[in-house]
Write a protein that binds this ligand. Structure first.
Ligand SMILES: C[S@@+](CC[C@H](N)C(=O)[O-])C[C@H]1O[C@@H](n2cnc3c(N)ncnc32)[C@H](O)[C@@H]1O
Length: 223
């Protein structure tokens, strides 16, 4: 059995993760499959009064997360630069997709660095991080939502995340669907306001249903 994935998140808002930790799949894997640790840059900053940001050289709006504050946080936890992947969450990074989530879920240790304000001093990305990941081509106010998205996506791939529920195996972007999109689902009532569930799903013929689902998945993926 693999040891739990040690997933460390550095953030200015650790309490943002409380809700996620109470929900499946994260709640189901905490302990055996996932060792999630949260660190606040303010607790280890070498600067006075918990300072972690500063105004940008060259002028301009906003504040920048200081490289010495981030380095001090990594030093405090790892005693130097860690020998595992350290991901800086930025809008400029490699765009997150399911393949990248699978790659990260296979790591034994992983660190996520989130920023706020105008973002990181670029030396964090150049010298302290090994990877730069974006969750999409838009700007959020901080790295907490990107980190939450990554923790959730990784957690559902860890052993025990979904219990006896098989839904993770045959879902969008999975190998079972050749990396394509999942087929549509329906539940009771079979008819609502004249909107009928496709007859094939009511047929009880599993081979037909399976064929219909594959066809729907292929059609959606080709759109
Ligand atoms: C307000 S944003 C900084 C935006 C930056 N000034 C820019 O224009 O690209 C503050 C922080 O939120 C996080 N963030 C915002 N959008 C993100 C995204 N799409 N993917 C990953 N992280 C993001 C990053 O940690 C970023 O440094």
């Amino acid at each position: 059995m693999r040891s739990p994935l040690q997933l460390d998140v550095f953030t200015l808002v650790p309490h943002a993760f409380a809700w996620l930790c109470e929900q499946r799949p994260v709640a189901s894997v905490l302990g055996d499959g996932l060792d999630l640790r949260l660190f606040n840059y303010r607790e280890t900053t070498p600067l006075r009064a918990g300072q972690i940001d500063d105004s940008p050289y060259g002028g301009g709006a906003g504040m920048v997360l200081r490289v010495d504050a981030v380095a001090a946080a990594l030093d405090a936890v790892y005693g130097g630069r860690p020998d595992h992947r350290v991901v800086a969450l930025t809008p400029q990074g490699r765009q997150l997709d399911q393949r990248l989530v699978e790659e990260l879920a296979a790591e034994e240790r992983l660190t996520l660095l989130s920023a706020r304000f105008e973002g990181f001093d670029e030396r964090v990305v150049e010298h302290l991080a090994t990877d730069e990941i974006s969750i999409g081509p838009y700007v959020l106010s901080g790295g907490e939502i990107p980190a939450l998205a990554l923790v959730d996506a990784i957690a559902r791939l860890l052993p025990g995340a979904l219990g006896s529920d098989e839904s993770a195996r045959e879902e969008s972007f999975s190998e079972a669907l050749d990396g394509g999109l999942e087929y549509p689902h329906y539940t009771r009532p079979a008819e609502f306001r004249g909107w009928r569930v496709p007859e094939v799903l009511l047929s009880g013929n599993h081979a037909l249903i399976d064929g219909w689902r594959r066809e729907q998945s292929r059609a959606r993926s080709a759109r």
